[in-house]
Design a protein around this ligand. Structure first.
Ligand SMILES: Nc1ncnc2c1ncn2[C@@H]1O[C@H](COP(=O)(O)OP(=O)(O)OP(=O)(O)O)[C@@H](O)[C@H]1O
Ligand SMILES: [Mg+2]
Length: 421
């Protein structure tokens, strides 16, 4: 019987997939860096990049868990624009206290000290009223610089045969000031027999962000997570089903592989819906045929249509042109040429599309679609988008103003699964 409880697929953002398909290179690279660090040899920091839903967090967490079981003291942070890395590390240390319960007393005390001395998050008051920290009054220990605490913790870790690993997700959100400090600290430990490993992940723009922080990050290992290929997608769907003692027909599996197109987020969504639908022990072709239109509509609406609804005719032309140029990032100049103008002439359209979260700037002078498979969505809805691209500009601008007003403020970033749109 298929139930929600025995459904092996994981659709939540950041969730561990039941089978981590096609990420052997990334896992091996992380394992190698962990092995080096443990042996006291300076590792090259490892940075995973990729568009939304490509599985960065899944790899990051898997690698962090493995390292944790291999004597690493892992400090985990998910960077945000409004908080300092130090405050985020503090929160995550407090939340994960019991992870360190089995450590020797002195090391545990050292970790607790780090948490205690790190600053708490500050919150901006409205109307320029300044920042407040929710420290409360009294008994607030004097704060120490973030890197001083990390250095002390690293020394203490090594005294107990351990080593320090910093794991930071959403790196592109961290401030340059924080990154600078961190990069300098990591670099300094590389010159000692007690190196610290940094494993990070972020959107493709994280490459440029890191380079702004310090030039030697150019030599860090950066691995881009792309779509799974057909065989990897097959495994991602088939293995969890078999593991659960169920089966799937060959055509049903083939149809799921084609529809989810190797996009990890979609793989989990489609496979999960097919699982929920099946009766007995085998997922049949008819189960898959029944769920595809429903899931496609839901994902289209939440991932793409919401963004596309407010596009003006000129913006429609821009996205059609970009889609025709094929997958991946393209230079703004090339796009402008294909549109028959100069980069300057089309830059306001591009800026609007970035604001509307349709486009994304992975590096200076480049753009790509923010969400994977946007080109497929455009192909499937081409007639409608072409029709809108021919409409009178003023009319649609009016519509777009109305629909922009109706749209919830997005904060600029997609934060994962469909429920977040
Ligand atoms: N290699 C994989 N094989 C199968 N499923 C995967 C794989 N990697 C991730 N997933 C699944 O894909 C979805 C998205 O993964 P994850 O949240 O790690 O992506 P992400 O790149 O961190 O996205 P975001 O940029 O939004 O944070 C999750 O449901 C996860 O379980
Ligand atoms: Mg993530």
């Amino acid at each position: 019987m298929s139930t929600i409880l025995n459904n092996p697929f994981r659709t939540a953002p950041g969730s561990q997939p039941p089978y981590l398909a096609g990420r052997d290179t990334e896992m091996e690279t992380a394992r190698f860096a962990v092995g080096m660090t443990r042996a006291g040899a300076p590792p090259n920091p490892v940075i995973l990049t990729g568009l939304r839903g490509m599985g960065k967090t899944a790899v990051l967490r898997r690698a962090a868990d493995e390292a944790g079981a291999n004597k690493a003291i892992v400090l985990y942070a998910e960077a945000t624009r409004n908080e300092s890395l130090a405050a985020i590390f503090r929160e995550s240390l407090e939340a994960a206290r019991d992870r360190f319960d089995s450590l020797p007393g002195k090391l545990k005390q050292s970790i607790e000290k780090v948490a205690r001395y790190l600053p708490k998050a500050e919150y901006e008051l409205p109307a320029g009223g300044g920042a407040i920290s929710l420290q409360g009054s009294g008994n607030v220990p004097e704060q120490k610089p973030f890197v001083t605490l990390l250095r002390e913790l690293n020394t203490e870790s090594h005294k107990h045969g351990r080593y320090l690993m910093l794991v930071i997700d959403e790196l592109q959100e961290s401030s340059l000031e924080d990154l600078n400090q961190l990069v300098r600290f990591i670099h300094a430990t590389a010159g000692t027999s007690e190196p610290v490993l940094l494993l990070g992940a972020g959107l493709p723009s994280v490459r440029a962000h890191l380079e702004k922080a310090k030039t030697y990050t150019e030599r860090w290992q950066k691995l881009n997570l792309d779509f799974l290929d057909a065989e990897q997608t097959r495994e991602a769907i088939l293995k969890p089903i078999q593991e659960a003692g169920h089966a799937i027909g060959e055509i049903a599996l083939h149809d799921l592989v084609i529809e989810s197109a190797g996009y990890p987020f979609f793989v989990q969504e489609y496979a999960s819906a097919a699982w929920q639908r099946h009766k007995g022990r085998t997922i049949e072709e008819s189960d898959v045929a029944a769920i595809i239109p429903m899931v496609r509509q839901r994902l289209d609406e939440s991932v793409y249509t919401n963004r596309f609804r407010s596009l003006t005719p000129r913006e429609c032309k821009y996205v059609l042109t970009l889609a025709d140029m094929g997958k991946g990032p393209h230079t703004v100049q090339e796009i402008a040429e294909n549109l028959g103008g100069t980069s300057q002439q089309v830059s306001s359209i591009r800026n609007q599309l970035v604001k509307k979260d349709v486009l994304f700037v992975p590096d200076v002078g480049m753009v790509e679609f923010r969400m994977p498979l946007t080109d497929r969505y455009i192909t499937q809805h081409r007639r409608d988008i072409e029709r809108r691209s021919r409409a009178k500009e003023s009319l649609v601008i009016k519509e777009s103003v109305v629909s922009v007003k109706e749209t919830k403020p997005s904060g600029g970033e997609w934060d994962g699964g469909c429920d977040h749109f």
